[in-house]
Design a protein around this ligand. Sequence first.
Ligand SMILES: *[C@@H]1O[C@H](CO)[C@@H](O)[C@H](O)[C@H]1NC(C)=O
Ligand SMILES: *[C@@H]1O[C@H](CO)[C@@H](O)[C@H](O)[C@H]1NC(C)=O
Length: 194
Amino acid sequence: MLTLHFRPWDVHDVAVLLSSALYVCHIAGAISIQSDLHSLIRSVQEDVFFSVNVTCRGIPTIQWTFISSSVRRSIGAWQPGGFTNITEDYSSRVQAHHNGSMGLSDLRLQDGGYYVVTVTDGTGNSKDAGFVLKVNEVLYEDLQYLSVSALALGCLAGLLMLGMWLTNKAYRRIAAWRRRKQMPENDVTELQPL
Ligand SMILES: *[C@@H]1O[C@H](CO)[C@@H](O)[C@H](O)[C@H]1NC(C)=O
Ligand SMILES: *[C@@H]1O[C@H](CO)[C@@H](O)[C@H](O)[C@H]1NC(C)=O
């Protein structure tokens, strides 16, 4: 009797438990950070765009943090349609977007590292997403290498031309000297019979 009476209640309890668990999951998952690329490679002086689309209940607070092996610093925080607070070091290079995206321009070598976006909703729940940025100076080195090789080639061409000019001059001198040396003999030989 008792067991028969309780079984429906058990099922109901399970259903309530399940739905409340789903509800909790739904609340915890209320913040979403969508993004495609999490690993980016740029060169010095280029720009980078960390593209995300943030959604949550209420107005999100977006916070970007830079982390490298040696430092961890706040880049800035903002609310769509609300405040924007960018750290002084970054103020001229950072563009804050309503969907949480951040643009960083005029990259330096030291900008290479991890970028973490933290989204906090009105109830204090938060969620993170991370990006890796690699900043190359290869293009720069290539340019330097190119200009150095161009300079070396220019010098070589100059030396070759100087060498050719000197050889030409020396040849003319030798030829003139030979002519001069031969002339008196000729004169002598020509004069002798006279
Ligand atoms: C976020 O917004 C920016 C400009 O407003 C846009 O370029 C970018 O594609 C958006 N990102 C996503 C993931 O929707
Ligand atoms: C802006 O950010 C800096 C550093 O993160 C903080 O010290 C300052 O209180 C913030 N200002 C506002 C108005 O939120």
